[in-house]
Design a protein around this ligand. Structure first.
Ligand code: HEM
Length: 370
């Protein structure tokens, strides 16, 4: 059934058909779960990993350098630990005022595309800044991110190969520059770790590309999906405008209801109940987040909902999104800015959607200030 999914249509009818078959079912021979408790359990179970039991990686169309998202412990633990300090809640909090300035500057306009002119440039500028990438290079990264996201579904294209070469060359330049003159950015701290032989040069580039891509191809859709949900639920849009302190609640409910990352997968390293050794399970985050056993009226978008347990939009267990605090802050800042600066915001033309089944969101949404 999942092979019938296209990026632009509502996936929930198909998710519900799979749910009706039970918490763990087979789709085209592949194990799939729509259950929140089961997906959460698998994500937290150390008998599962992202690689096969012998450490090899599933045939994979990606040409991105290997990153810790694709590694099991102990390498995962070592590399994630090196990147973690840059994303601590304290660091992200200190950073908030800068994000507010960027969001505000982007909203100095009347007619614009919510995605191209607001939801995309904000995270790109934020992650570029955090990584210490000069502004001049951020447009290049935007195209690169879009090509990488497309490759999750359709494999590697010549355009991606080309963009990938350029981004790797840019990181090489930046790394060489930080070796000479260290700064207060993520690249500099990884360069220092490399000097102490805590990671290899390839691992360093893999980490940087992961941070770059994970940082903007997802957050753009959090901002886009939240705005669309609010405009589609006028009473909640009014409520939010009257109570901007609800921003974190809007962010959480968007992450549950329309998660930017719709699925991930895990491989059993040994037989676990009905799951054989080296069998892969697809975890449908988008379906788990609407599991009626966990969330009453799960298909309803309701910003006043109590989120217990937490949705799986940021995954769970050892690969829990490293950028979750940053993404939440960016979503919070972006939505408050929109509500304050554009209380009359309205859709001004037809929306188009991404083709991707993994990353859900809009390609474009024309809007107008009034
Ligand atoms: C991992 C979602 C924003 C960095 C993940 C995973 C998900 C996710 C689902 C885990 C995948 C798995 O378990 O297989 C999201 C969403 C975001 C977002 C929905 C925005 C709304 C960010 C940001 C960054 C970031 C802003 C910062 C650079 C990472 C990293 C990992 C990760 C480094 C790998 C963690 C690991 O393997 O240990 N993200 N992410 N993400 N995310 Fe995010």
């Amino acid at each position: 059934m999942l092979d019938q999914l296209t990026g632009h249509e509502d996936p929930h009818p198909i998710y519900e058909r799979l749910r009706a078959q039970g918490p763990l079912t087979r789709d085209n021979g592949v194990l799939v779960t729509t259950s929140h408790p089961l997906a959460n359990k698998i994500l937290r179970d150390r008998r599962f990993g992202v690689r096969f039991a012998d450490g090899s990686y599933p045939a994979n169309a990606s040409l991105l350098p290997e990153s810790f998202l694709e590694l099991d412990p102990p390498d995962h633990t070592r590399l994630r630990r090196l990147a973690t300090p840059a994303f601590s809640p304290k660091k992200i909090d200190e950073y908030r005022a800068r994000v507010e300035k960027v969001a505000d500057a982007l909203l100095d306009r009347d007619e614009f595309d919510l995605i191209a002119d607001f939801a995309a440039p904000l995270p790109i500028s934020v992650i570029s800044d955090l990584l210490g990438i000069p502004d001049a290079d951020t447009a290049e990264f935007a195209d690169y991110g879009a090509l990488v996201a497309a490759s999750f579904d359709s494999g590697v294209t010549p355009e991606l190969t080309n963009a990938n070469d350029q981004v790797l060359a840019l990181f090489d330049r930046l790394i060489a520059q930080r070796r000479r003159t260290p700064g207060d950015d993520v690249i500099s701290s990884l360069v220092a770790a490399e000097a102490e032989q805590r990671l290899t040069p390839q691992e360093m580039v893999g980490t940087l590309v992961l941070l770059l891509v994970a940082g903007f191809e997802t957050t753009v859709n959090l901002i886009g999906n939240a705005t669309r949900a609010l405009l589609g639920h006028p009473a909640q849009w009014e409520l939010f405008k009257a109570h901007p302190e609800l921003a974190p609640a809007v962010v959480e409910e968007t992450l549950r209801w329309a998660p930017p990352v719709q699925l991930t997968s895990r491989i059993a390293h040994e037989q676990v109940d009905a799951i054989g050794k080296d069998e892969m399970v697809t975890l449908l985050i988008g379906a788990a987040n609407r599991d009626p056993e966990v969330y009453p009226e799960a298909h309803k978008f309701d910003v006043m909902r109590v989120h217990k347990p937490e949705h799986l939009a940021f995954s769970s267990g050892i690969h829990y999104c490293l950028g979750a605090t940053l993404a939440r802050m960016e979503g919070d800042v972006a939505l408050r800015a929109l509500a304050r600066r554009m209380p009359g915001l309205r859709q001004a033309g037809p929306v188009t959607f991404r083709e991707s089944v993994v990353i859900r969101g809009m390609k474009s949404m024309p809007v107008s200030r009034s």
